[in-house]
Ligand binder design. Structure first.
Ligand code: PDD
Length: 285
């Protein structure tokens, strides 16, 4: 089956779908995006993703090009046309097409909107969760507003490739104070020896992950001890458990950091329970 993309008001075969070469997303990475999980044909936490999209758009001063209701229809229609039951839907909005010039184009320049959807191999993701993943640590060399979900992802791309080259699936990024901010495409968590769940606080130095926020709801509902603070690489090495969260992977246990086993080197009980209970707390619409 050929895949379908939504591009500025039209549904087109992905192979022929195009944006102009002077699109500001292409030339300046001047745009933002969202990735939303699709489960059983329904969107997971759409409301929180759209709220974050609005915040990102607002921060970079792009007006939302369509109502939340219209956007919701486009997301669902793209999922439907691609026959995605379990997978992701991707949305990108850029400042539109204009003659290359750093400052903003004329105010009447319409933003470009692209939506794609694709299926995930759930069995493969489950296997990965059962085995756990390896992460490496790398310096966080990103800009100072990574709370904006910008398409400017070059540092993340390079970190991810370095991780892959070293046989790991994710890179944990470390700030100048030696604390882990987040993963290249996920939020980072540890469970300390005394059972406290720890993740970096919200701010300009991490993406406010939707999965992170739902996981915090699950943690509170289960009465677990939770602390929002930066943790050092040494603390992570000594942790009982570690895991990452993101819309495409939900909760994935981390079983090694820089080649050192986490805990007993197998997925932790807390991470596994959070993964199991996640969708009971998420909003499926
Ligand atoms: N990545 N931090 C970064 C840098 C991310 O790119 C992501 C998501 C997250 C987790 O956010 P959420 O739980 O809302 O997915 C944290 C997506 C999935 C991606 O770029 O594919």
């Amino acid at each position: 089956m050929s895949r379908i993309a939504y591009v500025n008001g039209r549904y087109l075969p992905l192979s022929g779908a195009k944006v102009a070469i002077e699109d500001r997303g292409f030339q300046f990475a001047d745009g933002v995006y969202e990735v939303c999980e699709v489960r059983g044909g329904r969107l997971v936490d759409e409301r929180r993703h759209v709220a974050r999209l609005d915040r990102s758009l607002n921060e970079i001063r792009i007006a939302r090009p369509m109502s939340a209701a219209a956007l919701s229809i486009v997301l669902r229609e793209t999922v439907r046309r691609n026959r995605v039951r379990d997978g992701i839907v991707y949305l990108q909005i850029t400042r539109g097409v204009a003659r290359r010039d750093f400052s903003f184009p004329q105010a009447n320049t319409p933003p470009s909107v692209v939506v794609t959807a694709r299926s995930n191999d759930l069995a493969r993701l489950e296997r990965m969760a059962e085995e756990g993943i390896a992460v490496i640590t790398l310096p966080d060399i990103r800009w100072q507003r990574v709370d904006i979900k910008s398409v400017a992802l070059l540092p993340n791309v390079l970190a991810k490739q370095t991780a892959r080259d070293r046989g790991a699936r994710e890179a944990w990024l470390v700030d100048a104070q030696g604390r882990v901010t987040e993963g290249a495409s996920s939020n980072a968590w540890i469970v300390s020896r005394d059972g406290t769940l720890i993740t970096h606080p919200l701010g300009r130095d991490i993406l406010p992950g939707v999965t992170r926020s739902v996981v915090i709801d699950v943690i509170k509902a289960q009465g677990l001890v939770f602390e929002e603070r930066g943790f050092s690489v040494e603390e992570a090495y000594a942790a009982r458990e570690a895991f990452v969260t993101s819309a495409s992977q939900i909760v994935l246990p981390v079983v090694s950091i820089d080649g050192r086993p986490v805990g007993n080197g197998a997925p932790g009980l807390i991470a596994t329970a959070l993964r199991r209970d996640y969708h009971a707390h998420a909003e499926l619409t």
